[in-house]
Design a protein around this ligand. Structure first.
Ligand SMILES: [Zn+2]
Ligand SMILES: [Zn+2]
Length: 107
């Protein structure tokens, strides 16, 4: 989902440095046609740098806005609904099944 979140932009003025690596166009990006990418919040980085960052962090390095939603990290409401579902499963199947499920769920 990282690639879809980013917009490819032209490399701008020479003085624009990538906020992640603090370099302007380095050899790699020049060789790749100077690919810069813009996040939905309008911040620009080397495509290579921001993709690596977003894979690790999921949010813009400049403003911390969430750029990529991480499906493996449920928000609090889905955790709550998982917990209530587990309560129902406990009633129906008992503790062993619940324990097994909890080991597989990100709770
Ligand atoms: Zn960079
Ligand atoms: Zn931003």
């Amino acid at each position: 989902a990282v690639a879809e979140a980013l917009k490819i932009v032209e490399a701008l003025a020479d003085e624009l440095n990538c906020p992640i690596c603090l370099q302007d166009d380095d050899d790699d990006t020049t060789a790749a046609g100077g690919t810069w990418k813009e996040t939905p919040c309008g911040h620009r980085f080397h495509g290579r740098c921001v993709e690596r960052w977003l894979h690790a962090e999921g949010s813009c390095p400049m403003c911390r806005r969430q750029v990529v939603t991480k499906p493996t990290t449920p928000d609090t409401s889905s955790v709550a609904s998982l917990r209530s579902a587990l309560a129902d499963i406990f009633e129906a199947y008992g503790q062993d099944v619940v324990t097994e499920l909890q080991q597989q769920l990100p709770l």
